[in-house]
Ligand binder design. Structure first.
Ligand code: X2X
Length: 348
């Protein structure tokens, strides 16, 4: 009886190993795949940012034949809308993957404040010189050390100034305006230096604050302005000052990444790079073509668009220079020097 049981057990083990040998290694590794992966985003597919998330998820699903199935969680809903906690949640595994703004992660990763240094990046070529060059690589190494797997760059965009009160041409015009900012204390310093009254709040809280008039103004890319219909919450004045731009970073939680086969990792990485390129084109649409058609559309909705003269712009640069100088060592002198050199050497 005992012998028979042992024989049966041996047979069963042999049969199992035979079965396992016939299964491709990938199938075994996939037994610990999740049925759904959760992607965190601040905004949904009405925005280039959210569209980028949808493109990434769709490419991955198609190319892995559904092995990796990603669901979008816009509104940073996995962390109750608190976008400045996104990076920690990603590291802890509350979030599986994300496309995040450098601004929102800068409280945890101080190097990301680089992109928020006022007037560092004069044009799109300057953003590209950073994200697609040595600086971008160095920042990815920093993010890896901080415990996530960065895969690709995207873009939220140049953050223009809007408010409900008046056309802003000079720092004096900003005096006393209550401006909503997000993320890093660097933004509080910048708007304080300009004589405004900055107040930090999440994107979720900001929109009702514009509608009620509790806050006068804000800064965000024009693609965010149109998708969120900020003209309907009193934001009737836009100043195109291009003071900072926030890139987006496509990342995956480390444990999730390590649970995937090398072949699937390759698919996810390549899909992120492709989605990032498409997303950047969407984020720049209407702003890089001659005549900036997006601005014409916005003006047609009864919004005053102020284009600064070079001298007017210079006044903002000058007023915020002490903030740049104060923050340079906090971001890292070497990194900022490298960024300044990359920008000076950029192809126009
Ligand atoms: O909150 C904002 O302003 C937004 C949507 O642009 C970011 O998440 C940085």
């Amino acid at each position: 009886m005992k012998l028979r049981r042992t024989m049966l057990a041996t047979l069963a083990t042999t049969a199992l190993s035979a079965l396992m040998a016939t299964l491709p290694a990938t199938a075994l590794a996939q037994s610990n795949y999740k049925s759904e992966y959760r992607m965190s985003l601040v905004v949904g597919p009405a925005f280039p940012w959210g569209k980028g998330g949808q493109i990434w998820a769709d490419l991955v699903k198609e190319r892995t034949n559904g092995r990796i199935n990603i669901k979008l969680y816009p509104g940073v809903s996995l962390i109750q809308g608190d976008q400045t906690r996104e990076f920690s949640a990603l590291r802890q595994g509350v979030i599986d993957m994300a496309i995040g703004s450098t601004i929102n992660w800068s409280p945890q990763v101080k190097e990301l404040n680089l992109f928020s240094l006022p007037f560092l990046m004069p044009d799109y070529a300057a953003i590209d010189a950073l994200t697609q060059g040595e600086v971008g690589k160095q920042i990815f190494t920093t993010l890896e050390k901080a415990g996530v797997v960065p895969l690709a760059w995207g873009e939220n965009g140049y953050r223009e100034l809007t408010n409900s009160k008046r056309a802003v041409h000079t720092p004096e015009d900003l005096k006393g305006l209550k401006i909503r900012v997000v993320g890093s204390p660097l933004f509080l310093d910048t708007f304080t230096a300009l004589g405004a009254n900055p107040t930090q709040m999440s994107w979720a809280d900001a929109q009702p604050a514009f509608a009620s008039g509790a806050v006068d103004g804000q800064e965000n890319p024009m693609s965010v302005f149109t998708a969120a219909k900020l003209q309907n919450v009193g934001q009737k004045n836009v100043t195109m000052w291009g003071y900072v731009a926030d890139p987006l970073v496509f990342v995956v939680n480390k444990d999730i990444w390590n649970s995937w086969t090398p072949a699937d990792q390759k698919i996810v990485r390549e899909a992120a790079i492709e989605a990032g390129k498409q997303e950047i084109a969407l984020a720049r649409k209407g702003l890089v073509e001659p005549g900036q058609p997006l601005l014409k559309e916005i003006a047609a909705m009864g919004v005053t668009i102020t284009q600064l003269t070079p001298a007017e712009r210079e006044a903002f640069v000058k007023a915020t220079r002490p903030v740049y100088n104060k923050w340079k060592p906090q971001v890292g002198n070497d990194l900022v020097n490298k960024a300044e050199k990359s920008i000076a050497a950029r192809k126009q």
